[in-house]
Design a protein around this ligand. Sequence first.
Ligand SMILES: *Cc1c(COP(=O)(O)O)cnc(C)c1O
Length: 447
Amino acid sequence: MAAPAPLLHPDSDPSFAELLALRPQLRMDPLAGLMMEEVPLARIAAAVGTPTWVYSANTLRRRLATLQSALDDARLGAQVHFAVKANPNLAVLRTLGEAGAGADVVSEGELRAARAAGIPASHIVFSGVGKTLAEIRLALAEDIQQINAESAEEVEMISAVATAMGRTARVALRVNPDVDAKTHAKITTGKSENKFGIAIGDAPALYARMATLPGIQPIGVAVHIGSQITAGVSAYRTAYGHLADLVRALRAQGLPVERVDCGGGLGIPYRDEPAPHPAALAGAIQATLGNLGVELMVEPGRWIAGPAGVLLASVILQKQGAERRFVVLDAAMNDLVRPAMYEAWHGIVPVTPADFVAAVAPADVVGPICESGDTFARNRGLPPLEPGSLVAFLDAGAYGAAMSSTYNNRPLAAEVLVDGDRFAVVRERQTQDALLAGQRLPDWFAA
Ligand SMILES: *Cc1c(COP(=O)(O)O)cnc(C)c1O
């Protein structure tokens, strides 16, 4: 009996065509190859080189609009604050800001980026478990919409800074609802063991204290239970239910609650996993917080930006190892860290029409970095790929460039925005000189 043919992924990955069918911003043109909107990705690679991040402006707009209309259909009147940490590129922020998004920021750098992109301070919320005094000062100087406080200690810090500046900070209390969002451990944030927020049982006393502190206007409550939530919306519903109970309890104490910040975390299908539609999230909000007469906000990052971006890379060489074929790319874990960090699966699609239709065989897709963790995919069905062949990593618009490093002294990759038939470099590739800039040899070294 003949040996069975070597298997691809045990439960068979989607084909290239199946991956593209779910991503309308991408299509395979029989002549021009893989296109984003009306621009061939090969043209961008020729002009800008690789590795390069490429973002679709119309996908950013379309996804923001889809989310906003799901919230509007549920009559929530909720504001969308894009989580800047997912993609802090100024052109991305500008695109979303022009389309009506506010920003959720977690650092001085993100606050400055949101303002530089033209997002008004009145649409900016500052979250994060460890804001420095300087960051609190900047937030107050800019008079941003809201600061989400995550501890009693931080509430005291905000009060002291605001009082010294003669300002009043609008503060929402981020609570930890102790629910399991059923996502990767590194991006679960709403369990009691996590560092985020204050225990929901401690919230009433702290909120009451906030109301007595100078420089603080208690504005509401906030929650964010984790990222890449795909296991339905029941964890959201549970968390929001706890939040609604808290709002009622605070009001029963005579405390004002004007706003509820519902956080982000809505997941996307990277491979073919089911993921909730924003309408389901809107339904969970409606069912729990809909009748409280509060202003609502949501803070999605990945759901808006993830599918809007690809990472374009070139094959350096194919290497036949002792047991497997390795496709070695010019992109590496310093560029896209998600596979190494979260065991994440990204679609990897050839860019040329010939590669797209050629027969596939298993390969491991790796970068050149000196770590075995620098592996993007194992046993992936790919055609033979000659040196110089282009591939695109799908769904790389969130937590892609944002999480890049210069590990192995590799310069940060370029970023490009596509809008219809136009494209522009929106972040230059870091130069080798820039990589060394800022370093000094102490003067005790001989000249
Ligand atoms: C990371 C984060 C978000 C966005 O998470 P996504 O999974 O990208 O939607 C929103 N709010 C806060 C406080 C965050 O830390």
